[in-house]
Design a protein around this ligand. Structure first.
Ligand code: ZN
Ligand code: ZN
Length: 381
């Protein structure tokens, strides 16, 4: 029995040490949000946090406590290299406590209130998604791979930038629709739209935004200079919940700008819009996850991990297929659907060496010609 228990304990200890280090780092970022809320917290969400400050402090307290417990487990049951990770987690916990712990009070930043980062969004989303998807992928994995698989640091940086910069990105994405489509706005018509039941507005938004983004996504694949940016999203060779974050800012900006056009013109009610945004951000992570669930009753109705995994396949049969984010209907209608019973064997882009750092991924679309030879050789001369 003992020879079986020892590897199991070491495996548990490794995960505990790693979780401690990651959670400890998040606690420090959360402390910064508590200390400098005017600078680091999403402006629109600040009143909500202030109204539930006790809950926020309780979450931070539990997280710091969990950092210490997981770090201690990591140190006690693992070998030297992993022990360092547990020690790092405990050090982060000590730093978080030194910054004020759960009772940290906001500092006065005077006049520096012209802009704020969305660090709260980064911390909360990473915490929630990590707590959900890391255990789910460990139990229901499709491809056996490490939690910290190749390129995870790069994807975490993409995740950080897209979440911390959410306000800037969202603001920039609103501009094209406001400049180009103001003529299409009819206040009376918008009132009728916003007066519909919320579930109906939600469904309409899913259908219309998905139709709009189907075509911009298809354009990203077929227009060479656009493909350079979108290729960054496709260069992951391992799929998991974090892989979907690998999106070049130009790709994210253009896609959101197009997605916003029907929302702007039709004027959906804010409650419908917010519920749609929550659904979108979760669904986008889910369809990249390394899970083997096939959803036999749903897979032709809404896009599932299997559906989007085929979009990322480097197997020839999957190239330029399944552009829809939500509704396979659009791919069926426009002849780009591919959903066999099985799963892709390989992901990524053949004949293309993915840039191996975050900064290289940001600049490579502006200079690399190799990307043009990747997915769509017929369209490039
Ligand atoms: Zn794509
Ligand atoms: Zn994707």
């Amino acid at each position: 029995m003992a020879p079986l228990i020892a590897p199991l304990l070491i495996a548990i200890g490794k995960r505990a040490a790693l979780s401690s280090a990651l959670l400890g780092a998040l606690c420090i970022v959360a402390e910064l949000c508590f200390l400098l809320p005017e600078l680091l917290v999403t402006r629109d969400a600040l009143p909500l946090y202030k109204a539930h400050i006790d809950l926020c402090r309780a979450i931070l307290q539990v997280s710091i406590f969990a950092t210490f417990v997981l770090g201690a487990i990591g140190i006690i049951v693992t070998r030297m290299r992993t022990r360092r990770l547990g020690l790092l987690g405990i050090t982060f916990g000590v730093v978080a406590m030194a910054m004020g712990g759960p009772q940290a009070q906001a500092l006065d930043v005077g006049a520096m209130r012209f802009w704020s980062a969305g660090l709260d969004y980064f911390v909360l989303e990473l915490l929630v998604l990590g707590v959900i998807f890391i255990p789910v992928e460990a139990l229901f994995w499709l491809h056996r791979q490490k939690v910290l698989r190749h390129g995870w640091q790069i994807d975490l940086k993409h995740f950080f930038v897209s979440h911390a910069g959410v306000q800037l990105l969202s603001f920039a994405a609103l501009i094209p629709a406001q400049v180009l489509f103001s003529w299409a706005v009819q206040p009376d018509f918008q009132r009728v739209i916003a007066a519909q039941p919320l579930w109906l507005q939600f469904m309409e938004m899913i259908a219309l935004v998905d139709l709009a983004t189907y075509w911009i996504h298809r354009a990203f694949h077929h227009i060479p200079w656009l493909w350079r940016f979108h290729a960054i999203h496709h260069c992951s060779t391992e799929m998991d919940w974090l892989a979907g974050s690998r999106i070049h800012p130009v790709d994210a900006l253009l896609t959101r700008a197009v997605a916003f056009i029907p929302v702007f013109v039709l004027g959906f009610a804010p409650a419908a819009l917010y519920s749609y945004l929550v659904f979108v951000s979760f669904h986008a992570v889910f369809i990249h996850a390394n899970v083997r669930w096939r959803f036999p009753g749903l897979r032709w109705v809404i896009s599932t991990p299997q559906y989007h995994h085929w979009h990322h396949a480097s197997d020839a049969e999957g190239l330029d297929k399944n552009f829809a984010q939500f509704l396979p209907l659009w791919d069926r209608l426009f002849g780009t659907v591919h959903l066999p019973p099985g799963w892709p064997r390989r992901y990524g882009i053949d004949h293309f060496q993915a840039p191996q750092s975050y900064l290289e991924q940001l600049v490579s679309p502006f200079r690399s010609r190799k990307l043009l030879q990747a997915q769509d050789p017929d369209g490039i001369q």
